[in-house]
Structure formats: C-alpha cells, structure tokens
Write a protein that binds this ligand. Structure first.
Ligand SMILES: Nc1ncnc2c1ncn2[C@@H]1O[C@H](COP(=O)(O)OP(=O)(O)OP(=O)(O)O)[C@@H](O)[C@H]1O
Length: 263
C-alpha cells in the first residue's frame, strides 16, 4: 500500500473572513484509497476546508495540489473536472426530476455531444444517451437505489436522498470524494448501511474519501485516519482510536462523558 499515488496535497493553507482566521495552516496529504475523517466542534472550520478543497474558496495563504498541479483559485467547475466531487450538509437534489435524471445530469459535464446534435437527435446523441442511462443505472444499483430510478427525487425517503447525493457525486468520476456529514439525520440502521456503502464505493472506484461527520460510530467504524479541527487549527491527527483518546480532543470536542471504545 505504501506506493499509493498522492492525489491531493494541502500545503499550509489558511483563509480569513474579515478579521477571522477560519482555517489556519492546514496540511493534508490524500493518497489513492484513503478514507479520512475530519471532525471538530461547530464552527471549527471543517466545511471551510471542504470549500477550499472543492474550489469554492481560494486559500488566502498556502497551496493546494491535485495530482501535483496547483489548483488554488481555479473555481468549482474546473476543480470538479479535475476530479474532486462533494456532497453538502443540506441535501441538494432536483426534487422534481427522476432519480436517474438527477444522476445523468451530474454526469453531463463528461458527455461529448453538443447542443446541435442533441437538438437534431443525431446518432451520436442517442449513443451517448444510452451509455449515460446504463452508467447511471449501474451507479444506482451500487447504492441500492435502482428501484427508485423513475421516482421523483423529492419523494424518496430521507436516507435514500442522502445516498442519491453520493450517487450524483460519483457520477462525475471523481478521484477524491468529499462527504459533508453524510449520516446527518439518518437513523442507526441507515447509518450502519451507509458505512458499508462508503467502504464499498472506496473499494470499487478506488477513489479517496474525506468525510466530515459528527456521528462518532461512523467515524470510528470506517475512517482510517482522523484529523481534529478546533478554531481553524488541527489539534490532533492520526489513528482514529488513538486520536479520540487525546485529552485536547476530549476537552475541545468529545466531552469527558465520551466513551470512545463504545462508539
Ligand atoms: N463565507 C463566510 N464568511 C464569513 N465567515 C465565514 C464564512 N464561511 C465560514 N465562516 C466562518 O468560519 C468559521 C468556520 O465555519 P465552518 O462552517 O467551516 O465550520 P464547521 O466546522 O463546518 O461547523 P459546522 O460543524 O457547524 O458545520 C465560522 O466562524 C464561520 O462563521
């Protein structure tokens, strides 16, 4: 495993909003197949890190490299084209479109047919359309969503909507998938199933995953490396089961009543 390729590297990135340094000197090296957790109290800077990694914000200091190429300031669209995909804390689906169309729309940036061939319904259009449908169904099957393919996304149960968000993120063919609180609002059974899904996606697509999550059962159940942010600074990093025992992590985030081994 040690020859794994480096996908993303953050070199001392920081960002300030007005007088507030929301993230300060953040470093991260993500390799192919990594499954990394990012935890910390509300307002610690976790989503801001994701916003920098996905091109929403440009770091005010430091650099981000994707496959060795600097991507700071490229913007969301280009960063997504280069292989970074994400989900959001709040579900963002096209509620009135079918489940399969939600996935196909996400893969649209990869499709080659142009507006003219689409309007004229040329052979190339139908071919791409068939391939897109096939691939979308494959992705839905992996996430066990195929039975909902023709339902409106807005009518899906909550847990299935969260999984559809992941399906849409996978549809862009990412090298790095950023999941922002994927288990938020899920019950224990849904969360358990989601853990298997996340592991399986990583293994099947050989991509790297970084996730933000407050559910420590999920974090300890699947993450192989953990970073803890507090006030924009990484206060601990390493093996999840060791990190959650650190005094600074317990006092800043988990609380003294936390029983890490039982989570
Ligand atoms: N666009 C912005 N303008 C001003 N301040 C911002 C902006 N984005 C984030 N912040 C501030 O940066 C800090 C970090 O916010 P962030 O959303 O990254 O925290 P978080 O760790 O994701 O919290 P939560 O767990 O509640 O989602 C907060 O103080 C927040 O108010």
């Amino acid at each position: 495993m040690e020859n794994r390729k480096s996908i993303l590297k953050c070199d001392n990135i920081s960002i300030s909003f007005g007088g507030l340094k929301a993230v300060n000197g953040f470093n991260l090296d993500v390799k192919e197949g990594d499954l990394i957790g990012l935890i910390g109290p509300n307002g610690a800077g976790k989503t801001t890190v994701f916003n920098m990694l996905s091109g929403v914000y440009s770091p005010t200091e430091g650099s981000i490299f994707l496959d060795g190429e600097s991507v700071g300031g490229l913007g969301v669209y280009k960063v997504s084209q280069k292989g970074v995909s994400r989900t959001f804390q709040n579900i963002r689906l096209f509620d009135y479109l079918s489940v399969i169309d939600n996935v196909k729309l996400a893969m649209n940036q990869d499709m080659r047919y142009n507006v003219i061939s689409g309007m004229l319904r040329l052979k190339s259009y139908w071919q791409e359309e068939r391939e897109a449908t096939k691939r979308a169904l494959e992705i839905l099957k992996i996430l066990d969503l195929q039975s909902y393919a023709n339902d409106s996304a807005g009518n899906l149960p909550y847990g299935a909507q969260r999984k559809l968000e992941i399906a849409r993120a996978i549809a862009t063919n990412p090298k790095l998938l950023l999941l922002d609180e994927p288990a938020a609002g899920m019950n224990a059974i849904e969360t358990e199933a989601l853990m298997d899904t996340i592991r399986m996606i990583r293994d099947k697509y050989k991509l790297a995953i970084v996730l933000i999550e407050h559910d420590m059962k999920l974090v300890l159940g699947i993450c192989e490396r953990l970073l803890v942010l507090n006030h924009g600074i990484v206060i601990a990093e390493g093996n999840p089961r060791e990190v959650v025992k650190k005094e600074e992590v317990v006092s800043a985030y988990l609380g003294s009543g936390y029983g890490g081994d039982n989570a």
